[in-house]
Write a protein that binds this ligand. Sequence first.
Ligand code: NAP
Ligand code: G3P
Length: 490
Amino acid sequence: MSSKFQELKNGIVYKNLFNGNWIESNTKKLIDIKSPINNKIIGSIQQMTKEEVDKSIENSKKAQKLWSDTPINERSRILNKAADIIEESVEELSDILVIEIAKDRKSAVSEVKRTADFIRFTADVSKQLEGETIPGDSFPGMKNNKISVVTRVPLGVVLAISPFNYPINLSASKIAPALAAGNSVILKPPTQGSISTLYLAQVFNEAGIPSGVLNTITGRGSEIGDYIVTHKDIDFINFTGSTDVGQHISKISTMKPLLLELGGKDAAIVLDDADLDEAADNIVAGAYSYSGQRCTAVKRVLAIDSIADKLVAKIKERVEKLKVGHPEEEGVVVSTLINSKSADFVMELIDDAKGKGANLLVGGNRKDNLIYPTLFDNVGLDMRIAWEEPFGPVLPIIRVKSIDEAIKISNESTYGLQGCIFTKNIDRAFYIANKLEVGTVQVNNKPERGPDHFPFLGVKASGMGTQGIRYSIEAMSRPKAIVLNLNKAN
Ligand code: NAP
Ligand code: G3P
């Protein structure tokens, strides 16, 4: 462990960042973090108490006042320094992701490098934070004696809650824009992913953010979550995670502005004029990378009947070649899922599909928490896999008779994150894209969140609000109007 991360822990117990220092909880109540790969304890985190949460948020509120007065060019410099530190620590941070969340090394390195790029781009965008001036007399009946000077100001204390599958990137995607806008941040990491996330917090600390501008709160969301999200001094909640938890937060966090990035059931619609090799390549990469544990994973294929046999054969051929094994192994795509609860759920969906007559072409079996790449054809709309989010390496193929049937089935999902269309006909692509009830439609590409300056949003059960660097900065800031009432000089 490089020296910059030494202070994070005492033995195997990871501390929390509070007011610029790494501190131990008074309760000594610990949660062991075990690697999904071998179930060995890789560290312990602290279950913080409500009193400690109060202190952390109080400290954050004070620090935010000073931070909001920090010049934007200084905030930008610190963000760039954080990006530098990440780039110096790619191997160390990737190692942690591999062991803590069983992310294959290629995806782990990609997450870390992407995070540095994200923060650097945010630093640049922060310099473009501008307002406007509006003359009063452009409105009917008004004289030219009023002018509104509009600037953007921070919201205050931002609560950032991130998911297990991108603990570094999806924490930074909240922290960096929040800091750029002049907010302070309370970071609640995913329990499985906490260690990776605490390393990221130290990156910002090492980069020179003032004490208290970023504080961490570890502990199970189910135990401390409600207290934090309803805390009177939290001014904004930036949450990425499951729809169930997101909707719960939305219900209890009365009047707090929210940014919610939730679950998905992204459909790949393949038309009869598609390049079937291109479609199969994208569908398999989209469905199975990081063992299918991505919100933007392809989670159903809607294939026009006339090309379905050919497409299915191409997908099957690719699925059978997917490398399964230890996430450290070169080329591994599918590895153990994050925990047994997730693996049990995926097997429930597989067994339901088998029981209702889906045609199992590949996989369908499990070893511990590893689910082998699974492919179903002829999936019916009566099957759970047609509608529920597995968050695992299982792909259902639903055959459809027309474009309109594909649109109908796609839109009947409670989710609305992304969708993708494979066709050579731009008119048909736009016809479908305009009708899909999702945040983003990819044409001839798998669904994906990046590049990170694009808007990224879910509708319906997939979320609320828009992520994406500039969009996130805007979400975590607001206009402030100062109206000058000009008395005519005599
Ligand atoms: P999760 O179980 O909802 O947990 C997400 C975060 O919420 C974790 O930090 C969790 O803490 C915390 N949490 C749990 N209960 C809470 C509560 N009552 N109050 C406040 N926070 C609480 O989701 P996950 O298993 O980490 O991630 C997988 C899910 O997230 C999938 O549904 C996936 O589709 C979705 N996701 C969506 C996106 C997107 O951008 N749309 C990206 C990634 C993942 P603990 O870990 O301590 O429980
Ligand atoms: O589930 C994580 C979500 O943000 C997807 O990101 O870049 O893999 O599409 P990406």
